[in-house]
Design a protein around this ligand. Sequence first.
Ligand code: DX5
Ligand code: ZN
Length: 217
Amino acid sequence: MAPQINPSILSADFSRLADEAKAVEGADWLHVDVMDNHFVPNLTLGVPVVESLGKATETPLDCHLMIEDPDRWAPQYIEAGAGSVTFHVEAAAAPVRLAREIRAKGARASMALKPATPIEPYEDLLPELDMLLVMTVEPGFGGQAFLDIMLPKIRRTRQLIDKHGLQMWLQVDGGVSAETIERCAEAGADVFVAGSAVYGADDPAKAVRELRHLAEK
Ligand code: DX5
Ligand code: ZN
């Protein structure tokens, strides 16, 4: 699949979210980080903001739920307009049931792994998912340094996806920039979340194009 760039609005100006969403039109998805101050030590936004954001942009929403009890909340994000919902396996009570419910409600089902969570125990779950997210920082904040030690996990995940002949996407999130994206792509990632590398740039739309170009090489 051609590489996809998903700007993370965590690094945008929250007082101007509609404009910030429009500033990256042309991106594949808009990455929306939902944090609850329990699963991660930070608080961002919830269902009503996702609903408004969905109306403000043509770009589909990729909602990354860094929250406790995603089994309970994920369906509400789909109803609010999310086209893809990512839950953390560390927080999900019943990941298979949850993935099936997300798909049944018409969204893409995605599962995230924190840096210390291995992929191997979840090999048999992969066919239930449309995307696997390998976190390349500890979730909670934008602007952190990329964890190079995650590259082997990206590679092993790509091997498992290919071994099972799956079409699912492999996303990386955290510290992805012009300096790190090629390493991620080479390791087998095909969906790239970038917060500070996009919204910290003078021209966010241009930053998206440049990142895509680097990932295509
Ligand atoms: C971190 C979030 C990321 C964050 C990435 O917990 O999940 O999506 O916005 O920001 P950068 O690209 O600045 O590391
Ligand atoms: Zn994220």
